[in-house]
Structures are given as C-alpha cells and as structure tokens.
Design a protein around this ligand. Structure first.
Ligand SMILES: Cc1cc2nc3c(=O)[nH]c(=O)nc-3n(C[C@H](O)[C@H](O)[C@H](O)COP(=O)(O)OP(=O)(O)OC[C@H]3O[C@@H](n4cnc5c(N)ncnc54)[C@H](O)[C@@H]3O)c2cc1C
Length: 391
C-alpha cells in the first residue's frame, strides 16, 4: 500500500518521537515509521534514566537545545500527567591523583568554565563539601573538585518517547510500527520510501534511525558513523547505605585515561539499586550482531574498576544490566544536516552518546526547519561540512 504525506520521520526513538510530535503539533501531515514498537530496548534510548545538565561540557553549541528541552519536558508533563524530568541536580567531579585544576581538557574544568561563561547557576565544591553533602561520594580524594548544578538531573527516556508518540497521534500523526524502511529514492520533488510492508511518498524525510542510520543512508555516513556497545549496571545497595534525601545524577572522572570516567543516577524510589555506567569508544559493533548480553566477568570488572573505592554504599551484586549503543561521529559531536546526495532528506541521529538531553529541543528545531526552512536554534555547528576532507 502506498501512502502520501508532507513529512516522513523514519525511526521513532528519542529524536524521531520528538520530531514527530513537534511536526504534528504544528499541523503538518506527518507519518512516523519504526522497525520496532517504541519505546523499546533494541536501540539507544532505554535504561530508565538519562543525565541532563545545562552546562554541557561538550560545548556551548548545545546549550540552546538543552534549555529548550527542559522547557518542553515540563510542557509535556503538564499535558500528559507523567513525570519525565527529575531536577535532582547534577554533580560533575574530578578526583584523581594526577588532577590538575587548570587542565583545560578536564571535563569538570570545562563544565565549570562553560557555566561561568553562560551564567548557569552552579556551585564549585571542595572534597570536604562533596563528602558532607553527598555521602555516597565520601571516597573522593582530598584534592577532588565538584561542580554542582541544581537545575540538572535526569530524564526518563522511555516515558518521554511514549508521551511524545501519544501526543503526536492525538495531533493527527500516522504511526507505523514493526515496519522497517529498506530504501530511500528521489521521486519527483519528493522522496519514495520503501518499507518491508509497503511504500510512502513524502515531500521531506527526516532520518532518525539511530545506530541503523548508516545502513539506510549509505555513503558518506557508513564511513563516518561507528556503533559502540555500552553497558549499564544497577548495583544493589548496602543495608546501611547513606544517601542524601535528594541525591544528584553524577559524572566522576577518577583518572587521566579515557576509561577513567563513570556516571550514574541516584537510587530510584523502591528499587534498592543504583545505576552506574561507563563509556567505551574502542570496540565498534554492527546493529545486527551487537552482543546484548552482559557477562559475569563484565559485571565484576565494572565493580572493581569503576565502583570499588570510588562510590560508597554499593554491593558488587548486579540486580539488573543492559546493553545500549552509541552512534559516534569522528569528532564525537552530532551530525544534523541534509543528506548530500538524497534531496529533501535530513539526517539527525548521530548523537555520539550524549543526545537524549537535547532530543526534545532538537525535535522542535527540526520541525521549524521543515515548516519555515530554518530553526530558531542555530544548527550549523552540526553540519557535515566539517568532515569534508573525510567524505
Ligand atoms: C548507555 C547509554 C547511555 C546514555 N546516556 C545519556 C545521558 O545520560 N544523557 C544524554 O543526553 N544522552 C545519553 N545517551 C545518548 C542518548 O540516549 C542517545 O543519543 C539517544 O537516545 C539516541 O536517540 P536516537 O533517536 O538517535 O536513536 P534511537 O532512540 O535508538 O532511535 C532510533 C529508532 O530508529 C528505528 N529504526 C532504525 N532503523 C530503522 C528502519 N530501517 N526503519 C524503521 N525504523 C528504524 C529504531 O527501531 C529506533 O526506534 C546515552 C546512550 C546510551 C546508549
């Protein structure tokens, strides 16, 4: 069966659900397609929680997006009655023997500098203050430094996706799930989309297919995007564990290497565990062969290298674990741009593992781009042009 629409959004995870919602709300005739039934656990947007913070150490180009996201999540909460955004604060810390407080590459340093430059409400905490306020971080070294941002916290990714899809449908969006897009071809002034169940003709297409993006987009994306397997662990709490009543999300740099960093969330009510994760960019995977099981060795290694002696109040017992994937660009920044060969196709989903906090704002920006030809937020920093020597 062939359908027609003004805009088709291909992939309805974090980016796609936000874009579909904003387009439908703006009165656009829009259809969304997903190979699974979002929210689901097969892509990059599952695992209960995602950190959000205004002082985005990755760079100031992201600040307008995350500001808009915070506002939109509150609007979505009011419309849906769901709790999406927990403003419990975020604590970014550096605590390691080689720590140089003036190192411009240190993530805590970058976060503090950006907050100062952009007037973001924050406190800089000494090791003593960190220990006093947040006993779970009592193992920090005496030379540790902390950045506390009260307006940060975490969002609930599955709920955000579900709410935006529900509201999009109420605004008239068509949603096709368990349907895989297999091909995009130019057709007249628009795009012909082939799926495993039929086809769609759209004036414009947004591809938000996450880790599957390059298989759908072809060159140059297949040469630019890497899929990196990531592991999430929920460690059981000790019986006598002590947490401040409002504990923050956190990012802890505990050594000079790329792997000497972890992040996590406060224990969620009634769960008796704390979610902690780290990142890896070395080993690349393919979506169809991604190893989705976490081994006992990986659990033990995570506790020994990232938790033991660094975060107090946790047992080595893993009560839950999950595998998720980052879609990573060569410079770890986003790609949001028109496809260089496929006219009327916009690419949005390569978010290098830090996209969720920007997703609601990006949905708005992309909808504005479709409707008005440009967005309020400047997206030029995410252009493909910066890779011109590579593609
Ligand atoms: C472990 C982990 C931790 C993270 N932590 C944070 C964090 O703390 N803060 C933060 O801001 N960000 C974080 N991120 C990053 C953030 O979650 C991602 O950038 C974001 O969720 C990616 O959304 P997406 O829409 O690009 O991809 P997805 O949500 O995976 O959506 C892609 C969708 O496309 C569909 N699809 C794919 N191919 C096709 C096709 N051919 N046809 C139809 N449908 C298709 C898929 O089924 C899927 O639903 C984290 C990511 C991971 C993996």
């Amino acid at each position: 069966m062939e359908q027609r629409c003004e805009v088709a959004v291909l992939g309805l995870g974090a980016m796609g659900s936000a874009t579909l919602y904003q387009l439908a709300k703006a009165g656009v005739d829009v259809i969304g397609v997903d190979r699974h039934h979002p929210p689901h656990t097969q892509g990059s947007s599952h695992g209960d929680t995602r950190i959000t913070r205004l002082s985005v150490g990755e760079g100031p180009q992201y600040l307008p997006l995350v500001r808009n996201s915070h506002r939109i999540w509150r609007e979505l909460e009011a419309l849906s009655g769901e709790s999406l955004f927990e403003q419990c604060g975020v604590l970014v810390m550096s605590s390691h023997p080689d720590y140089d407080p003036l190192d411009p590459e240190d993530f805590t340093h970058k976060t503090i500098e950006l907050a100062r430059a952009y007037g973001i409400d924050h406190e800089v905490l000494s090791a003593h203050a960190i220990r006093q306020r947040f006993p779970q971080f009592s193992p920090v070294l005496d030379t540790a430094i902390g950045y506390f941002e009260p307006d940060g916290g975490y969002v609930r990714p599955e709920r955000c996706i579900d709410v935006q899809l529900r509201l999009a449908r109420e605004h008239g969006a068509g949603i096709l799930t368990d349907e895989t897009v297999t091909r995009l071809q130019p057709r007249g002034q628009g795009v012909h989309i082939t799926t495993d169940k039929g086809s769609i003709i759209a004036d414009k297409v947004i591809v938000s297919a996450g880790m599957w993006s390059s298989e759908l987009l072809g060159a140059p994306f297949e040469g630019l995007l890497r899929v990196c397997r990531q592991k999430l662990f929920w460690f059981g709490l000790q019986d006598n564990a002590s947490f401040a009543p409002l504990s923050p999300s956190f990012i802890l740099t505990h050594g000079p290497g790329d792997v000497d960093i972890n992040y996590g969330f406060p224990p969620l009510a009634g769960e008796g565990s704390m979610k902690i994760a780290t990142e890896q960019y070395i080993e690349a995977s393919r979506p169809e062969t991604l190893n989705r099981t976490i081994s006992t060795e990986e659990e033990q290694d995570m506790f020994q290298t990232q938790v033991n002696g660094k975060i107090a109040g946790l047992t080595p017992r893993v009560v839950k674990s999950s595998v998720c994937a980052y879609t990573v660009t060569p410079d770890y920044h986003f790609i949001i741009d028109d496809h260089p060969r496929l006219k009327n196709v916009t690419v949005v989903s390569a978010c290098s593992g830090h996209g969720f906090k920007h997703s609601a704002g990006l949905g708005l920006a992309l909808a504005q781009r479709c409707v008005h030809g440009k967005s309020d937020v400047d997206l030029s920093a995410f252009s493909l042009k910066r890779f011109s020597t590579m593609v």
